[in-house]
Design a protein around this ligand. Sequence first.
Ligand code: ZN
Length: 299
Amino acid sequence: VIVREVGPRDGLQSEQPVPPADRARLVTALAAAGCRRIEAVSFVSERLVPSMAGAAEVLAQLARESRGAVVGCRITALVPNVRGAEAALAAGVDELTATIAASPVYNRRNVGRSIAESLSEVGRICDRAADGGVPVDVVISCAFGSPYEGDIDGREVAALVDQVRGAGAAAVTLADTTGMATPRVVGEVLAVTGTDVGLHLHETRGTGLLNAYAAMLWGVRRFDTALGGLGGSPFADGAGGNLATEDFVALLDDLGIGTGIVLERLLEAGALVRELVGHELASKVSTAGPRTKLSSPPC
Ligand code: ZN
C-alpha cells in the first residue's frame, strides 16, 4: 500500500504557523521514517493561509541540507492555480496536487469558482506541469458527501473523475473533506469510480480507519494520511483531522502489508510534530503506543 504523508501540508495548514526550517525538519524526519511520498508544502496565498507561507524556503532547505534523507522521496506541493504551479515547478517539486470539489457549493465557497471553471484551471495546471515533466494528482474534495448538498451521487463523482483524467491528471484522489464517508458510502462510490484512485480520509466521525480498511478490501492501494491525525480544513466548519499515519501504519503492519514506513521512527517524527504544534495529537497509536510494546495489559 502506498501512503502519501500529508501532515506537513494538510496537517500544519490548520495550526499556528510553524517556521519553514522546522517544517523542513519534519519532512526530513518523515523521510527518515520511510515515507516515500510527502505532501510538503502548498503554494497558496500567504494572506489567506499564513501557516503555509515560505513554501519555497521549505523546499530550498530540503534541497540544501537534507536531500540525503529525502532521496527517492516524492515531494508534492498543493497548488490552487497555474501561478502556484509555476512557483512549485521552479522550486523543484516531484508532483503537484490540485483540488476540485464534487460539491458545487463547497467549490464556490472554497475557491470562488464553479466546478466547470475549476476544471479549466485544473487543465491549465496539468498542461503547465506536463511541460515540466511533473505529474498532477487531482484531489476531488467532498467525494463522499457535502455539508451543503448532503449525499453526492457516485455517478457524479465518477463523471468528475473522468473529466479530470481527460484534463490531464496522472492520478485522481477522492477526499472525504468533511468526514461524511462511511464504509457503505465508500463502497457505493468505488463501485462506480473503480478502485484505481487514491483515498484521502478524515477521522471526523470515527470512521476514517474503518473506511481505509474497507477500501483496501475492495482493492484501493493509495491513501493520504497525516502524522498525528493533524488537519481539518480552515475552509470547512467542523472538519476533523486526517486519518492518522501512525494508526494506519500500525494496522497495515498487523496485517503484514508493507508500506516501507517504520512505525517506531514514525512515532519519533510524531514527537517532533507534537513539539512543533504545542498540543497533544489525535492519533490513537501515538497516545497508546504500538500494541506489542505494552509493558502491562490495560485493565
Ligand atoms: Zn485532509
